[in-house]
Design a protein around this ligand. Structure first.
Ligand SMILES: [Zn+2]
Length: 399
């Protein structure tokens, strides 16, 4: 027996009794208000769930092609010369050939300068600075942030750490960073307890950074979802399944809120020290919270590396946030993949709509441009970094 079912304005379906009564089939599975559809089905009408009548693709195989046609503005080079405050050039800055290759990549993107946030210190820092100074073409295009060694924090640690930092500054370091997320997540004190980010034994080093006028570039925690159960409601399920090392199970790690509270205590406790919270402090999915932090603490700046997926999915809110806090945001990319920078230029500089991000596993959604005005672009691309580190070379930047 057949019966006709009117399906809204989509047309008329011919159904057999068999499919209509199958579990989740065309007849659907009713649910109560507030309930979720059973696994394998989706809500097709209010409180009525249906399963596809062919096997569903997995999350990695479903790759729909957008049919949206709107103006497209690919941006290969930044509109103004940029300073990448969050560089991880690795051994590219350890040889003249590497520096030349880095220079060619940066030229193709209009990145005028890269700060190496690879936590260098001691001999390697001194040798790297010498190599940069010896390069006729790159001597004004790379600067080094110094690392701090947080092992064995206890009596006598701060004196040694400050002496090393002073030596690194004498050798040419212009700031500190990137302080790694392991501070707060995993580094232990000699007694086996977790070294808290706001541990008083660290206070002297932050005060030394203020005295030496070194901004402290700090990465704390990771996206909040990494601290949550890896279930099908977790926005980062795919990433956490591809990279199990990014999970922070709560029986072995402190909570997101615990480390964030420690970090914000650190910022508050050292108002004369300038801090740059990497990755928009992992509050890019809650710009109201980030705004409150910046309002409360004028010594804190932030940086945009590796959170483009959150900026580009809220174009109106992000536009307003970036305009309001244009003096407090620095450009940085993190992982050095030259082909990924143009996505940043496109998000910041255009009003393009619904375009792909470069890593599907970070974000299964599309991005939108936030269309920043030129004044804000200049500050974010280079002027704010120059204000934080007045010793940065000025050649190659607009006057
Ligand atoms: Zn980094």
């Amino acid at each position: 027996m057949h019966k006709l079912l009117i399906v809204g304005c989509l047309g008329v379906l011919l159904l057999t009794n068999q499919t209509a009564t199958a579990q989740g089939g065309a007849g659907g599975v009713p649910i109560k208000s507030g309930e979720s559809c059973p696994p394998g089905t989706t809500e097709v009408r209010p409180r009525n769930c249906r399963a596809p009548d062919v096997p569903s693709p997995s999350i990695v195989d479903y790759r729909p092609h957008s049919t949206l046609v709107t103006p497209t503005h690919l941006v290969k080079t930044a509109k103004y010369p940029a300073i990448d405050y969050h560089g991880h050039p690795g051994n590219l800055i350890g040889s003249s050939e590497g520096l030349a290759s880095l220079g060619a990549s940066l030229d193709s993107l209009n990145v005028r300068m890269m700060l190496s946030a690879d936590n260098m210190s001691g001999d390697i820092l001194r040798r790297t600075v010498e190599g940069i100074r010896a390069s006729a073409t790159m001597k004004n295009r790379v600067r080094i942030l110094a690392g701090i060694d947080f092992r064995n924090v206890g009596p006598g640690w701060a004196t040694k750490a400050i002496a090393q930092l002073e030596a690194d500054v004498a050798a040419g370091a212009v700031g500190v960073g990137e302080i790694s997320k392991s501070l707060g997540l995993s580094i232990k004190k000699p007694d086996g307890s977790r070294l808290k980010i706001d541990d008083p034994e660290l206070d002297p080093i932050w005060d030394a950074c203020a005295r030496l006028k070194l901004p402290v570039f700090i990465h704390t925690a990771d996206p909040e979802q990494f601290f949550h159960p890896v279930d099908y409601t977790n926005e980062r399920w795919l990433e956490l399944s591809l990279f199990p090392g990014r999970r922070y199970p709560q029986d072995r790690f402190p909570s997101f809120e615990t480390v964030m509270t420690e970090r914000d205590n650190l910022f508050r406790k050292h108002p004369k020290t300038t801090f740059v919270a990497a990755h928009m402090g992992w509050y890019a999915n809650d710009l109201g919270r980030l705004g409150k932090l910046l309002d409360e603490m004028p010594n804190v700046y932030t940086e945009v590396g590796a959170v483009l997926y959150d900026i580009g999915r809220q174009p109106r809110g992000a536009h307003d946030f970036f305009v309001k806090y244009q003096d407090r945001i620095l450009f940085g990319k993190d992982s050095f993949q030259p082909e990924e920078y143009p996505y940043y230029w496109r998000v910041f500089e255009t009003g393009d709509e619904y375009f792909d991000y470069y890593r599907g596993y970070h974000a299964f959604w599309k991005l939108y441009g936030i269309d920043l005005p030129d004044g804000a672009l200049k500050k974010i691309y280079y002027q704010n970094a120059m204000r934080l580190i007045p010793a940065l070379p000025k050649d190659g930047f607009p006057r």
